[in-house]
Design a protein around this ligand. Structure first.
Ligand SMILES: O=C(CO)COP(=O)(O)O
Length: 252
């Protein structure tokens, strides 16, 4: 496979600066053995400290959200220009927790994707269906509609500009991982959609991650699927040894 696997840790609202540095102290020596790419996405308040510590390590850093405007009267928001200053390599956009609790919509996701690309910050665009939608057989239509709307009016040239994460909502933080073959079915359909919307090259180059209860015990089976290029890991990325065992799944 020509796509470099990506293991991104979404820390959500966990780890202050001291805890972030403590994690990195333990994680950095281990991470040297990982052949794929690693990105850590701490809360905003820990981004700068993490980025300073990660300098020269080869590890990437990402934010968990951003506003689409450069600046302005948006109390409590963080702009892409501010993330670029850190500098962030990635930004997670459209996570289901933001869609559920913070009024993120397909339209705001689309604005944020365009803005991240303008600043050359790679968006990790999250899509995924609820349990109810899955049980009604709507999984593919829901996910592909989220993908189409996220990409409306978005120029993509070779597919290296962005990353997708398929995160079924019912698998997030529940311990219920999707069957690798089910995740493959959705991710394969997403890849096919990219070739319809753009080109075969874009579809081949775009990395598509799986997220939802990823653990050292299930990563190998997920990675054995042809279209799964890595993982967006929540809870299991908070512990250095556990996250290492996920990213180094191919070494034992
Ligand atoms: O939401 C997730 C990553 O963005 C997944 O969270 P868990 O790995 O804790 O299920």
């Amino acid at each position: 496979m020509s796509r470099t696997p990506l293991f991104a840790g979404n820390w959500k609202m966990h780890k202050n600066v001291a805890e972030t540095l403590e994690f990195l102290e333990a994680f950095l020596p281990m991470a040297k053995n990982v052949s794929g790419e690693i990105a850590l996405c701490p809360p905003f308040t820990s981004l700068w400290a993490a980025a300073e510590r990660l300098k020269g390590s080869g590890l990437k850093i990402g934010a968990q959200n951003m506003h689409w405007e450069d600046k302005g009267a948006f109390t409590g928001e963080i702009s892409p220009a501010m993330l670029k200053e850190i500098p962030c390599d990635y930004v997670i956009i459209g996570h289901s927790e933001r869609r559920q609790h913070f009024a993120e919509t397909d339209e705001t996701v689309n604005r944020k994707v365009k803005s991240a690309l303008k600043y050359a910050i790679t968006p990790i665009i999250c899509v995924g269906e609820s349990l109810e939608q899955r049980e009604k057989g709507q999984t593919l239509s829901v996910v592909l509609s989220q993908v189409e709307k996220a990409l409306e009016g978005v120029d993509i040239h070779d597919g290296n500009e962005l990353v997708f994460a398929y995160e079924p909502i019912w698998a997030i933080g529940t311990g219920k991982v999707a069957m690798p073959s089910d995740a493959q079915e959705v991710i394969g359909a997403l890849r096919k959609k990219l070739s319809e919307l753009y080109s075969v090259q874009v579809s081949k180059n775009t990395r598509i991650l799986y997220g939802g209860s990823v653990k050292p015990e299930n990563i190998r089976d997920l990675m054995a699927e042809p279209d799964i290029d890595g993982a967006l890991v929540g809870g299991a990325s908070l512990d250095a040894d556990t996250f290492y065992r996920i990213a180094a799944y191919d070494q034992s």
